[in-house]
Design a protein around this ligand. Structure first.
Ligand SMILES: NC(=O)c1ccc[n+]([C@@H]2O[C@H](COP(=O)([O-])OP(=O)(O)OC[C@H]3O[C@@H](n4cnc5c(N)ncnc54)[C@H](O)[C@@H]3O)[C@@H](O)[C@H]2O)c1
Length: 367
């Protein structure tokens, strides 16, 4: 078992990493929140399995109700939050209650936002079941939903949300056994991101164990988890509300957010981030921040994990640049981009539009 403690302005909380912990989650949950009545919000894909294990451990008296949600980006929206609020009311949750989120980052974001806003805030416990949510989404208190963009049928990613620190994060690597390999690889993209921005040793470790990691090898995953979580902890603790260094976690995301809502591209969040990181690297190269070799090395690492490094099909660059404007990191008309350097990453809001266009061009398919 490893325990990583995260401090936040809303109190500190523990990230507990232990194989099989879901089966005895009651102890950790009881010491993290006094709530006697809870609503479980669970991804329907893991409702019976991992959700069932948590429910059995907490008991029917404490878990007063369960809301199953479908983990699809178009459903990460206000109507789902309302469904959760309604269920809270139905089971008589008051301000002393808690929401237990069991699922990937999508479930955690929606359930976390519902918890942040129901009766102006009830406790939330995050129980991530994807690699991405274990190392990234469940830690740091960011919650959110997508919002329809004006005059468009697209959704703006995570444009509404709140900072709402969990009372506890329970990471059970056993839950990854049921996770489709493609989703596992998507989580590895965020681990690569952590390596690029803050821990080049981690990046080297991922590169040298790429095959094992992509296959979900238990020992490789057990080594990776605390290291990647530690990067996230250090960053969110230093800059909880994303006024400075936390922005580095958005490496690749401003590009990714432009392509993720194009549903027929069929990209997972992590896959979009992988392509986005490549675009960010090429953009950095265009700005003289890193070399062509650095871009190629990142591309190789992502590729060795089975992640995409270019777009599945060509898309109009004008539309992609336009969609980037709705990213939360945009300030007025200026795009704020995180760009990798030789040994870390920097936040820039003076990137010439031509460099962004050129970066998109670099990740378009050949021919
Ligand atoms: N709050 C943050 O700081 C933060 C950070 C990164 C990403 N995010 C958000 O997280 C979301 C992506 O999260 P994700 O990659 O975890 O995806 P996800 O929650 O959409 O889950 C991916 C897929 O895996 C399935 N699934 C989840 N756990 C499973 C398991 N153990 N076994 C079998 N299937 C399982 C889900 O049903 C879904 O089909 C995005 O909405 C993104 O915006 C938030």
């Amino acid at each position: 078992m490893s325990i990583i403690s995260v401090s936040s302005s809303q109190g500190s909380y523990e990230v507990v990493i232990e194989r099989g912990i879901l089966g005895h989650s009651d102890r950790a949950v009881s010491s993290a929140t006094p709530a006697g009545r809870m609503l479980m919000v669970v991804d329907q894909a893991v409702g019976a399995s991992h959700g069932g294990a948590v429910r059995a451990s907490l008991g029917p008296d404490r878990v007063a109700g369960v809301v199953e949600i479908t983990a699809e980006e178009p459903l990460k929206r206000m109507s789902t939050v309302e469904r959760i609020w309604q269920a809270c009311l139905q089971v008589g949750l008051d301000r002393s209650g808690a929401i237990i989120a069991v699922g990937g980052g999508l479930t955690g974001d929606v359930a976390g936002f519902a918890a942040a806003s129901f009766m102006r805030g009830v406790d939330v416990v995050q129980i991530p079941t994807t690699l991405l949510s274990m190392v990234d989404a469940s830690i740091g208190g960011k919650t959110g939903i997508n919002v329809p963009l004006p005059g468009s049928d697209r959704l703006g990613k995570n444009l509404a949300g709140a900072f709402w620190a969990p009372k506890l994060v329970l990471v059970d690597p056993e839950t990854l056994e049921t996770l489709p390999r493609r989703e596992l690889r998507s989580g590895l993209a965020e681990c690569v991101k952590h390596g690029v921005i803050a821990d080049r040793g981690l990046l080297a470790l991922i590169g040298s164990h790429a095959e094992l990691l992509a296959q979900g090898d238990r020992a490789a995953i057990d080594t990776l988890l605390p290291r990647s979580i530690e990067v996230k902890r250090a960053i969110v603790q230093a800059d909880e509300h994303e006024r400075g260094s936390r922005m580095l976690l958005n490496l690749g995301h401003t590009f990714a957010h432009a392509i993720e809502p194009i549903t027929d591209l069929d990209l997972t969040h992590g896959e979009a981030v992988a392509i986005g990181m490549c675009a960010a690297a090429w953009c950095a190269e265009g700005c003289g921040l890193c070399s062509i070799e650095d871009c190629e090395s990142l591309t190789r690492t992502l590729s060795s994990l089975g992640l995409p490094t270019s777009m599945p099909r060509a898309e109009p660059i004008d539309a992609l640049c336009d969609a980037m404007r709705y990213d939360k990191k945009a300030t007025g008309d200026r795009l704020r981009l995180v760009l990798p350097t030789r040994d870390a990453a920097v936040v820039r809001d003076d990137v010439p539009p031509g460099a962004v266009r050129e970066a998109w061009q670099r990740v378009m398919p050949e021919g």
